[in-house]
Ligand binder design. Structure first.
Ligand code: PMP
Length: 350
């Protein structure tokens, strides 16, 4: 730390993303990316956008927001776009939390929530998951703060139903409820239709998982126009050009090729079922994941040993050194070939 660093950030522990090593070729199952390339139409649109890079990108993401709105049956004034959904979540912490309005979230959930709160000096109220790692929705009723729920949750993959989320929304009229749907396309139910009924609901989604654009960095949020205006005030006070022109074009191309995304999701769901069965037969206990990853713990081998041995064999998975889940591995559901390599490596280790 230099002597120049503002004291307000000296205690900050930044978010640590899953590694992207370049030292050798790994079977990369540690950051929940899609194993499939972007849609060919996305690539074509992105390539066309390159020639216009002398100009700033559209600060309103007009065409992209129009396409997202069309896809989800809402109007464009219900949509905000960001540089990944991390950007959007960051806006939500800034717009809807402060010293008087804490952020309320689970003890085991997306690790960035804690960092956003710490960065903004927002008090937090942490609600532990139940022993079976599920969320008790009633614990979020009358939350007296801004609620953040990843649905499906990460890293467990377990999802609440829309009915359970509706209960949370009803009892929190005075608070914003943020539902982070980064993994919703792999089998869970989206809350987006509820935005017409609940003005306190903000749903975030990403192009990083089901839509194969993690490197493009594109996320979006959907809510009543009132909430979107607040978020846009924050966004335009930080960086109105937060989504670059190539990424905007790739996003539009991806949405015009919905079939490609749907097919890829089907493949992941099928491979997830296969992987879950095989891991269970190898002595793992797994949560009921509806995401593009499984969350698994072996009966006999510790998480750190297994993670390290897999790495030696060229397979990367994610492990969190956090109470209650130290022995779990979060394993991305990859292609069939990657899955076979993973299973083969685990077989050898066992
Ligand atoms: N929410 C959750 C639950 C996630 O796991 C991630 C991915 N790390 C994100 C949001 C952010 O993803 P992105 O910024 O790539 O959209």
């Amino acid at each position: 730390m230099s002597g120049y660093f503002s004291p307000k950030y000296r205690e900050l522990s930044p978010y640590v993303p899953g590694e992207q090593p370049k030292d050798r070729k790994y079977v990369k199952l540690n950051t929940n990316e899609s194993p499939f390339p972007p849609s060919p139409i996305a690539l074509e649109y992105a390539a066309r956008a390159l020639a216009g890079l002398n100009l700033y990108s559209d600060p309103d993401c007009t065409e992209l927001r129009r396409r997202i709105a069309l896809t989800y049956g809402v109007t464009p004034d219900c949509v905000i776009c960001g540089n990944g959904s991390d950007d959007i979540l960051s806006f939500a912490f800034q717009a809807f939390c402060d010293g008087e309005t804490p952020a309320v979230f689970a003890d085991i959930t997306y690790g960035f929530y804690r960092v956003f709160a710490a960065r903004e000096r927002i008090p937090v109220r942490i609600i532990p998951l139940k022993d079976d790692l599920t969320i008790d929705p009633e614990e979020y009723h009358n939350a007296e703060g801004t609620v953040f729920i990843a649905n499906p949750n990460a890293p467990t993959g377990i999802a609440l139903t829309v009915g359970e989320i509706e209960g949370i929304l009803k009892s929190n009229e005075k608070n914003v409820v943020v539902i982070d749907e980064a993994y919703v396309d792999f089998g869970a139910e989206s809350c987006v239709p509820l935005i017409k009924k609940y003005r306190n609901l903000f749903v975030t989604q990403t192009f990083s998982k089901s839509r194969s654009l993690a490197g493009g960095r594109l996320g979006f949020g959907i809510a009543d126009p009132g909430l979107i205006r607040d978020l846009d005030t924050v966004r335009c006070s930080i960086n109105p050009y937060n989504v670059n022109a190539v990424t905007q074009a790739a996003g539009v191309g991806t949405l015009s090729d919905g079939e490609y995304t749907a097919e890829n999701c089907k493949k992941i769901i099928k491979t997830r079922a296969y992987l879950t069965d095989r891991l269970a037969s190898l002595g793992f206990r797994l949560t009921d994941s509806l995401a593009n990853f499984v969350f698994a713990k072996h009966e006999e081998i510790s998480g750190d040993v297994l993670c390290a041995k897999l790495r030696e064999k060229g397979v990367l998975v994610r492990r969190f050194d956090t109470e209650r889940i130290r022995d779990h591995l979060r394993i991305t559901v990859g292609s069939d070939e990657q899955t076979d390599k993973l299973l083969c490596a685990i077989g050898e280790i066992l």
